[in-house]
Design a protein around this ligand. Structure first.
Ligand SMILES: NC(=O)c1ccc[n+]([C@@H]2O[C@H](COP(=O)([O-])OP(=O)(O)OC[C@H]3O[C@@H](n4cnc5c(N)ncnc54)[C@H](OP(=O)(O)O)[C@@H]3O)[C@@H](O)[C@H]2O)c1
Length: 245
């Protein structure tokens, strides 16, 4: 059941996170939105409320553990509990390791890995006190089929995959569900920040426009894993364009 669940989504200001929040709200979830671009979050809250749904938003930088604690606290204050945290916020920089994009590496570790850890630190105590909770993370097919130019990005995504499997094995008392969603190419803004070189960026955008699937498809996959009965955990779900190699 999704109706009545309270779901916090990081990276809800665009792409997969925005589509997920919109879809879950349309199914009757109360959604609690976190990202840095609050103007976009506020517009989405207004849209959800205008459609009769429930939503709240907060400026969240997932690299700051306090921001995740505040997001979880907002869910509890406004809606009484937190059923699901979707750890979706992410950044992707593409390029060979030999380019030594040290700042890009740090950003990917800080947002993609530490951001998820901060979410876990904030949500687990609440899940434990409620006796139930669900952690959904958005990882990537980059971690399943390792390709050149995505080594560090894939490394951060597979670190999260490993983290969730370890947490799953530590949490077999039936109170916590964990899910790693692995999308392939999805048409979002991720690619706009992936490379600095304008020609390479344009090429990447064209590839994405040609191959990428709609973020709403990933939103439906996330809804599917949340919708399972409490004693059913979908651990991993891969969703990619039919034509992706
Ligand atoms: N698009 C794909 O092909 C694809 C494939 C596999 C996996 N993924 C993963 O899907 C997730 C969502 O990405 P997307 O494709 O939807 O890209 P997107 O449109 O660029 O969305 C990324 C989201 O992450 C947020 N974000 C980035 N840094 C943040 C930070 N420090 N604190 C809080 N929020 C932050 C952004 O919000 P603000 O900038 O407003 O903070 C934005 O809402 C990512 O984890 C990405 O790695 C994407």
């Amino acid at each position: 059941m999704i109706h009545g669940k309270v779901v916090a989504v990081t990276g809800a200001s665009s792409g997969i996170g925005e589509a997920t929040a919109r879809h879950l709200a349309s199914l009757g979830a109360a959604v609690v939105l976190g990202a840095r671009r609050t103007d976009r979050l506020d517009r989405l809250v207004a849209e959800v409320e205008a459609a009769g749904g429930e939503a709240a938003a907060l400026r969240v930088d997932v690299t700051d553990p306090d921001d995740l604690r505040a997001l979880v606290a907002l869910a509890v204050e406004r809606f009484g509990r937190l059923d699901v945290l979707v750890g979706n916020a992410g950044v992707g920089r593409i390029g060979p390791v030999a380019d030594l994009d040290v700042d890009g590496w740090s950003a990917m570790v800080d947002v993609n890995l530490k951001g998820v850890l901060h979410g876990i630190a904030a949500a687990l105590p609440v899940f434990r006190s409620q006796g139930s909770g669900h952690l959904v993370t958005v990882v990537s097919t980059s971690g399943l089929k390792i390709v050149p130019t995505q080594a560090v990005y894939a490394g951060t995504k597979n670190a999260v995959r490993t983290l969730l499997e370890g947490l799953r094995q530590e949490s077999t008392d039936g109170m916590l569900r964990t899910t790693s969603i692995s999308p392939g190419y999805v048409r979002t803004e991720l690619i706009d920040h992936a490379v600095d070189d304008p020609a390479a960026r344009e090429q990447a955008r064209r590839n994405m426009a040609d191959l990428g699937i709609d973020p709403a498809a990933v939103a439906r996959a996330i809804a599917f894993v949340i919708d399972q009965p409490d004693d059913v955990e979908i651990g991993d779900l891969t969703i990619r364009p039919t034509r992706q190699g």
